[in-house]
Design a binder for this molecule. Sequence first.
Ligand code: SAM
Ligand code: SF4
Ligand code: FES
Length: 351
Amino acid sequence: MSMTVEELIAKAEQTQQLTEDELVLLLTDPAAAAPLYEAANRVREQYVGPQVELRGLIEFSNICKQNCLYCGLRRDNRQVPRYRLEAKMILDFGRRAAELGYKTLVLQSGEDDFFAPERLGPVLQELKNLGVALTLSIGEKSREEYAALRVAGADRYLLRIETTDKELYEKMDPGMSWDNRVRCLLDLKELGYEVGTGSLVGLPGQTIESLARDVLFFQKLDVDMVGIGPFIPNPDTPLAEAVGGTFDLACRMMALTRLLLPDANIPATTAMETLQPDGRMLALQRGANVVMPNVTDTDYRKMYMLYPGKICLNDAPADCRGCVTGKIHGIGRSVSQDQGFRRRRKSGGMN
Ligand code: SAM
Ligand code: SF4
Ligand code: FES
């Protein structure tokens, strides 16, 4: 006889194992959402505790040579004015973020070859002097480039697989290869980065079965961080008319990821908040333990427009820091004071 939703969730909590079919059931059964969120919250408390890691996000270039169908930064989008921050300005934003208390900075951009390791490396070296951990999210590079950036001071790397459906991936990211994306993730791991990946939930043509396989993929790779976001259609892209993902399905993906990778760092993503007021705080109560407030100046925020409805367009870095800290305290949690590397825990958590 097949197991009930409650039995499946209990099994996942005890063994960190679910099959593809079981994941599909928990992603779809209307009765599964509430117990799944409660379980993910329990596991998060047990394995990573009440503290929330804050990472300061610097969006340092919106120039991209790729043409992903879903993304506002795609190279064929002529509607967005392009910018590249000068090294001095990146350092300036980094310094101010460190002064606000950030212990990790995330440097994100389009795939912009201008920022080759020879240019970005010295910036990383200087940022390291601020005593922060550094995360990069700048797309696909060669193993040699990843190695050079690691030597220059990068500690972590975020590269979403977007979808484990290879055919869908190559349709959504024309000219890119799914195998190369996996190669990047494996190289990053071998080079000693903490590695983050994740999915875009709600891409046109994406099946629930493939989402279930995404969660199994995160677990198989034993990644350190998993960022799950709903796909939000952008009117300036070929997917303008697409339906997009839902907050609920993105939360279920995130909660299941917490059950199967209990000690991973899992952000409450900005796209979740775009779909649902206070979505990040709900996500923090459904398995997430990280928030990535923007520390880029407002002038640039509106040009880094992946999708419409981006939050905090007119808020200064200090406003976002205060806002997020207040909300975290409001749900009875606290802000972590360390760099927030993954703390590996054996099954059973901190006890
Ligand atoms: N260029 C790098 C890359 O693609 O890995 C880093 C920057 S890219 C803008 C970061 C993430 O934005 C992508 O991995 C993708 O999942 C997300 N993204 C892009 N367009 C989006 C959309 N329309 N809705 C939600 N997320 C989106
Ligand atoms: Fe470029 Fe990344 Fe957007 Fe793709 S998702 S178009 S690689 S910025
Ligand atoms: Fe930016 Fe709330 S996080 S104002």
